[in-house]
Design a protein around this ligand. Structure first.
Ligand code: GRF
Length: 214
């Protein structure tokens, strides 16, 4: 059964594009059933046909809780198997997270638990990290704190600035996200009691990025 993906995005949408390209290439057995945004002008929305776009501002919905509730209803209406945050820049409230628990994924540009939150590339540089990267994790009520499924590492190179480092990380984000979505789409991925399971086996350390085709 082709997995139904609801995508949450606030920005550019290169991760969404990687998903769409993989579906088109036949390397991800999924379909994008909606793209949801808190930013009506987000370029990510333009990557899918109009019928799949949903955007509201929290202000227009009457505040944070009302926005989360409206968003949750819209997402539930497309009956997704998985809800995937790709550059979604709002914190999801506890009720939202609870409603979709175990089916809610996020990609974060750092080697979690290092550098939760914003400006991860700059913070990795300032910390003098030798390595940086990206993580895909289940979303819990704690910001960027849910159990990590897989990680991709890149070296920090002499002369890097936040931009060059971000570009190196982005290049591994796309295959990392697809690796996890293939597991999800195949029914091989689950979360229970804060632990990741792949093929019903508990995952104690995040899976590394495989060098398999993206
Ligand atoms: C990515 O770096 C993602 O990890 C982070 O926001 C960025 C989104 O990029 N959460 P894009 O919109 O998918 O191009």
């Amino acid at each position: 059964m082709t997995a139904r993906l609801a995508i949450l995005a606030s920005g550019r949408g290169s991760n969404l594009q990687a998903i769409l390209d993989a579906i088109a290439a036949g390397t991800l057995d999924a379909s994008v059933v909606g793209v949801f945004s808190d930013k009506p002008e987000a370029p990510a929305l333009q990557r899918v046909p109009e019928a799949l776009r949903w955007a509201r501002t929290p202000k227009a919905c009457g505040g944070r809780d009302a926005f989360d509730a409206t968003l949750a209803e819209a997402i539930a209406a497309v009956r997704p198997d998985w809800i995937v945050c790709v550059g979604y820049m709002r914190i999801l409230g506890a009720a939202f997270v609870q409603r979709f628990a175990g089916r809610l994924l996020n990609i974060h540009p750092s080697l979690l638990p290092r550098h939760k939150g914003l400006h991860t590339h700059q913070r990795a540089l300032e910390a003098g990290d030798a390595e940086h990267g990206a993580s895909v994790h289940f979303v819990t009520a704690e910001l960027d704190g849910g159990p990590v499924i897989a990680q991709a590492r890149v070296p920090v190179q002499p002369g890097d600035d936040a931009e060059t480092l971000a570009a190196r990380v982005l290049a591994v984000e796309h295959p990392l996200l697809l690796q996890v979505l293939r597991l999800a789409a195949a029914g091989r991925l689950a979360e229970r009691d804060g632990r990741v399971y792949i093929d019903a086996q508990p995952v104690f350390t995040p899976r590394p990025l495989e060098s398999a085709p993206a």
